[in-house]
Design a protein around this ligand. Structure first.
Ligand SMILES: C=CC1=C(C)c2cc3[nH]c(cc4nc(cc5[nH]c(cc1n2)c(C)c5CCC(=O)O)C(CCC(=O)O)=C4C)c(C)c3C=C
Ligand code: FE2
Ligand code: FE2
Length: 357
């Protein structure tokens, strides 16, 4: 008899309705991976920020959905179904089931862990829907998982340089350019979620993974395009990595260029892509005189993305080779023995035959 293989897809989660916005934000700001303060302070800060932020954020959720909720779970379910179908083809002798574990709203990681336990999985593969590794996202999700689930598992760290992943991005970008009427004088902005600078300084590989991915994408789009990386969704008073997406849009729009803007750290449509990239930054571009502004869609169920995820799961099961795209060492959840980050930066994108663990 074949194995029961559970694949757990991790993402941040989002409110189901407008009433969930404040408690969702409170969960987010209570996370020590997001607010690095000791407990009583963190809980107070979480209550304060979530209360202050909720009214504005509620309006943004309401722009996407009449009920005021996030499309993230719906989009993640589509990805889970597509991945499960692909894995069923690749592993015909086994039973594969995809589970969804959200960090700050339903289905919570604890709920997913209980489901996996109940199902009686023989193998558990942990798959973050965050292509780049950050302690604030993947790291936080995995620690919640290990608190909730006591069995063994195999962990995928990150996959920003996987061939199918890079080409899926290029494909989405070129499709958006076609839709925009193939303009000339293009500036492609590759926008990632920002991080506080202190997080990067403490060893988080997220920023260099975003920037190395951006270089790979830049190498495959028309040579006369300007390409730059920028960081969106800054929250709070700390210093964040930059340049900020909004400032880049203003700078480029002032030159009257055609802007294409693509998300490179989000793989599903949600508030940051539909509202921030789709609506708020469009107004900035218009105000500063951009010739045009076109938002590139998130990867969603793009076949290249689903095959990236399929390949990562097979690699985690020891059935395929993959790219080692992370820094290894202290932060790496896959348990790679690690080598100096600088050496790995050079190696990024080099196909190797070692498997994780
Ligand atoms: C204050 C700190 C935050 C850090 C650091 C952060 C990192 C980070 N987040 C994502 C992906 C997503 N973030 C989403 C929502 C969201 N994130 C923060 C704050 C931080 N994120 C807040 C306060 C919110 C809520 C919305 C808001 O108040 O603006 C979402 C889900 C949104 C949805 O539609 O449901 C995702 C996905 C990444 C990739 C990342 C760093 C690597
Ligand atoms: Fe976020
Ligand atoms: Fe890693």
């Amino acid at each position: 008899m074949g194995r029961r293989i559970a694949v757990v897809l991790f993402n941040l989660g989002g409110p189901d309705t407008g009433n969930d916005v404040q408690p969702f934000l409170k969960n987010l700001f209570r996370d020590p991976a997001i607010i690095r303060a000791p407990l009583p302070v963190r809980w107070l800060v979480a209550r304060l920020i979530s209360t202050l932020r909720a009214p504005v954020v509620k309006q943004n959720y309401a722009m996407m959905d009449a009920g005021g909720g996030s499309p993230l779970l719906r989009e993640t379910k589509k990805q889970a179904d597509a991945l499960q179908a692909e894995l069923a083809k690749k592993l015909p002798g086994d039973e594969v089931r995809c589970f969804i574990a959200m960090r700050y709203w339903h289905p919570f990681t604890e709920e997913a862990a209980a489901e996996v336990q109940k199902w009686g999985a023989d193998e558990v593969v942990l798959l973050p829907l965050y292509p780049q590794f950050s302690t604030t996202t993947t790291g936080s999700s995995l620690s919640a998982w290990h608190k909730a689930y006591k069995g063994k598992s195999r962990t995928i760290c990150c996959y920003p340089f996987e061939e199918n992943f890079v080409s899926a991005h290029v494909d989405q970008i070129m499709a958006a350019w076609e839709r925009a009427g193939r303009p000339g004088n293009v500036n492609l902005l590759l926008s990632a979620h920002g991080l506080p600078e202190s997080v990067v300084k403490s060893g988080d590989p997220y920023q260099w993974q975003c920037e190395a991915l951006a270089e790979m994408i830049a190498g495959r789009v028309p040579a006369d395009w300007e390409v730059s990386v920028c960081y969106q969704s800054r929250v709070g008073p700390m210093k964040w990595i930059g340049p900020p997406t909004e400032e880049e849009i203003a700078r480029i729009s002032d030159q009257g260029r055609n802007i294409l803007i693509a998300p490179i750290a989000f793989v599903s449509e949600h508030i940051e892509t539909l509202v921030e990239l789709g609506e708020e930054y469009r107004l900035v571009a218009e105000k500063h005189g951009a010739a045009s502004y076109t938002r590139v869609e998130a990867l969603g169920v793009h076949p290249g993305f689903i095959s990236t995820l399929t390949g990562e799961v097979l690699a985690a099961l020891g059935m395929k080779e993959t790219i080692r795209s992370c820094a290894g060492g202290r932060l790496c959840p896959s348990g790679w023995s690690g080598c100096p980050q600088a050496e790995l930066k050079q190696k990024a994108g080099v196909r190797i035959t070692e498997t994780a663990g």
